[in-house]
Ligand binder design. Structure first.
Ligand code: ITT
Length: 195
């Protein structure tokens, strides 16, 4: 697709290919094309919003163009919302098996995935867009789709984990879908206001 057919494009800074594929599927519905750059940016310790704001501002200034970044995490109520902002580290260390051990004999299995999109340009203040999906933690890992925590997360109104849902299905109502569908119309208005 060339620029004349689709003038809307956004640069997504992430090191996670799964996020890119999901974002491409979601943005497609808004007629926005995704350019992926794995730039790497300093992840400060803080709330998802702080990380997304800082990362977007950093990347926009380094690349000299508008960008989005995303900071996401799994928040489990019975664990006082752990792993939350430590989701990356916990996925790499404890992994899903470790989370299931912590949840052994725990009745309240409520959890939510949260996604915060950070948008910035080299000249403007960063903005953030939150998306949340509630659900609960499964008793065992299930499914071959998705990535990271997907096989242990059962979204609300479903009996299947995200790992058992195709990317298209997950994209219909995931945390990422919800943050990006807030961002996309706002971004279109932003581009018009910039003209
Ligand atoms: P970035 O380069 O975009 O930061 P990342 O994989 O480090 O990629 P995050 O810090 O946003 O992404 O995510 C924290 C952890 O949560 C990390 O282990 C992710 O793989 C995991 N995660 C994020 N979104 C997820 C999703 O939709 N399903 C399952 N796990 C997810």
């Amino acid at each position: 697709m060339n620029q004349t057919e689709n003038p809307l494009c956004i640069t997504f800074i992430t090191g996670n290919q799964h996020k890119v594929k999901e974002a491409q599927g979601i943005f497609h519905q808004f007629n926005i094309q995704v350019e992926h750059i794995d730039l790497g940016y300093p992840e400060i310790q803080g709330e998802l919003e702080d990380v997304a704001r800082f990362g977007a501002e950093y990347a926009a200034r380094r690349l000299g163009r508008p960008v989005i970044v995303e900071d996401a995490g799994l928040f489990i109520k019975a664990l006082n919302w752990f792993p939350g902002t430590y989701s990356s580290y916990v996925q790499d260390t404890l992994g899903n098996e470790g989370i299931l051990k912590l949840m052994k004999n725990v009745n309240d299995r409520y959890a939510e995935f949260r996604s915060v999109i950070g948008f910035a340009t080299p000249k403007t203040e960063p903005k953030t867009f939150l998306g949340v999906v509630g659900g609960h933690i499964a008793h065992q890992e299930k499914g071959k789709y998705g990535f990271a925590y997907d096989p242990i997360f059962i979204p609300e109104k479903y009996d299947l984990t995200f790992g058992e849902l195709t990317r298209e299905k997950k994209n219909e109502f995931s945390h990422r879908r919800r943050s990006l569908e807030r961002f996309a119309p706002w971004y279109k208005d932003f581009l018009v206001s910039e003209e």
